[in-house]
Design a protein around this ligand. Structure first.
Ligand code: NAD
Length: 498
């Protein structure tokens, strides 16, 4: 463990060049437990000076080559050790995440928490991928041999949100680091605690100092200088479309590559022939898990008219199993929203829903919880699909439930959205599933299921839900520089036919 461990107290620091350090300015900000509204820690408040130090450390390490030009098997070993340590420290990681952003700890399991398992899987998957990845060689008749070279591209800025801090961060860090780059990571100001454990883990796993750096703080103060830094090759961002626009505009100045994983208003389409015993509880998981603060949440539930009434009754019964409570209690399924700002944001939409539609159940603060940013599981019905609550991302435990007549009607409603992240289809008909999945304007589609992932698949969205895809070869493409080298094979020596 580091000589100056990050989590020896309730004060959390940046991690720069292999050391935990305070902000150069000495500034800090408070970290609030959303379940109690109490300040539980302080964190270093980064700005341009801290970013310059972190990018400098990352660039020096990159140029030294201890990681960027190391054997792929060395990087694989380090990342595998890190993955083992992430699993071994699963309980600590999960507790810090619960403290900073309110996700319930969930039931005691024999192994690590599923989100922590996914984080370890991210590390192992890309560690393995980079070791196996090969370049292409093209041999054109006997005149030219040309081959591609894909290697580490430089220093990347990684900017992440708070809703699954370690899982979403490792999804970017794993390919970035596996392919030999260095990184400066700016986690969300709402979840600055849990990533400190990952810094300790990387150090213990043997990652050279300066490969991974973390600067805590706010978007305007620490995110902007990271995006604008001339020595940053690219920015991989997960968050809201408004922030992505700002990043795109600033990155344009130095023609940086960018990758954007953004929000959603995903349709969960339930046909009359669906198995409701599965579709209903999964629809509840799709909008109530993590209090609806999930980018791929199925927040617009579309139900074929002939089973609409039955669906509503069953969905209300399923929602009753999502009683809000203390997220540290292992029996709790629904925790608080992340912050007061998010609570006000969700409550604002519930006011609109009361004016423009009808709240079927929920719609406010649970009576038994007077403190904390809790919102009851809520369903909104009798509302126009064009209304703001049907069009905008609420990011809370709030479903709108709309009836439809047939597949084309479902597609018309589902595709009438500025977002296009995920879609869910529940039907026993393969023909319907194919018809709808080919026409649904979303980056990801789950049929009679949800959330399962193969990390080789392209992850990302259409429209305002993203630009670019991550996963498998697509992550490799983003995080490497691909070039070619060419040999003439003819006596003339030019090898070219134009
Ligand atoms: P956000 O855009 O407010 O912030 C995300 C990150 O960007 C934070 O670290 C923040 O500090 C930083 N930031 C803010 N302004 C910045 C700027 N001008 N320049 C650089 N960095 C800046 O989003 P959020 O509220 O933290 O996260 C919620 C959003 O993220 C939702 O829209 C959700 O759907 C989306 N999300 C998408 C995915 C996905 O994979 N598609 C996954 C999770 C969350």
């Amino acid at each position: 463990m580091s000589e100056a461990a990050a989590v020896d107290s309730a004060h959390y620091r940046h991690y720069v060049g292999g050391r935990f350090v305070d902000a150069a300015s000495g500034a800090t900000f408070d970290v609030v437990n959303p379940a109690t509204e109490e300040v539980v820690a302080t964190a270093a408040r980064g700005d341009g000076e801290d970013i310059r130090a972190a990018v400098g450390a990352a660039k020096d390490t990159f140029e030294a080559g201890d990681w960027s030009r190391a054997r792929p098997s060395f990087r694989r070993e380090v990342l595998f050790r890190a993955a083992d340590l992430v699993e071994a420290r699963s309980g600590e990681i999960q507790r810090l995440q619960t403290l900073e952003m309110g996700a319930p700890l969930g039931p005691e399991l024999p192994g690590p928490h599923p989100l922590v398992t996914r984080s370890a899987w991210n590390l192992r998957f890309f560690a393995e991928e980079q070791e196996q990845a090969g370049d292409h060689a093209f041999n054109r008749d006997d005149s030219l041999l040309t081959y591609t070279i894909s290697d580490a591209a430089g220093v990347f800025g990684l900017i992440t949100p708070w809703n699954a801090p370690v899982m979403l961060s490792t999804w970017k860090m794993a390919p970035c680091l596996a392919y030999g780059n260095s990184a400066v990571h700016k986690p969300s100001e709402l979840s600055p605690l849990s990533m400190s454990l990952v810094c300790e883990i990387f150090e213990e796993a043997g990652m050279p100092a300066g490969v991974y750096n973390m600067v805590l703080g706010y978007g305007r103060e620490a995110g902007v200088p990271l995006v604008e830094h001339k020595d940053v090759t690219g920015v991989s961002f997960t968050g809201s479309p408004g922030t992505a626009r700002d990043i795109a505009a600033r990155a344009a100045g130095s023609l940086k590559r960018t990758s954007f994983e953004l929000g959603g208003k995903s349709a969960n389409i339930v046909f009359a022939d669906a198995n409701l015993d599965r579709a209903v509880p999964m629809a509840a998981v799709g909008i109530f898990a993590n209090s609806g603060q999930v980018c791929v949440a199925g927040s617009r539930i579309l139900v074929q008219r002939s089973v609409y009434g039955e669906f509503l009754e069953r969905f209300e019964r399923a929602a009753a199993r999502w009683r809000p409570g203390d997220p540290m209690n292992r029996k709790t399924r629904l925790g608080p929203l992340v912050s007061e700002g998010q609570y006000d944001h969700v409550m604002g939409y519930l006011d609109i829903a009361r004016d423009e539609g009808r709240i079927l159940f929920g719609g406010g603060r649970p009576e038994h919880l007077r403190k904390g940013y809790f919102v009851e599981p809520t369903a909104i019905v009798d509302i126009d699909p064009g209304s703001r609550v049907c069009q905008e991302e609420i990011f809370g435990p709030v479903a709108v439930i709309l009836p439809f007549d047939d597949a084309d009607d479902a597609l018309r409603i589902a595709n009438d959205s500025s977002y296009g992240l995920a879609g869910y289809i529940w039907t026993e008909s393969q023909t319907t599933a194919h018809y709808v999945s080919h026409r649904l304007q979303t980056g990801m589609i789950w049929i009679n299921s949800g959330f399962d992932r193969d990390l080789r698949q392209p992850f990302g969205g259409m429209k305002n839900s993203g630009l670019g895809r991550e996963g498998g070869d697509l992550s490799r493409e983003f995080f490497t520089e691909t070039r070619f080298a060419s040999f003439p094979l003819t006596p003339r020596g030019d090898g070219s036919s134009g």
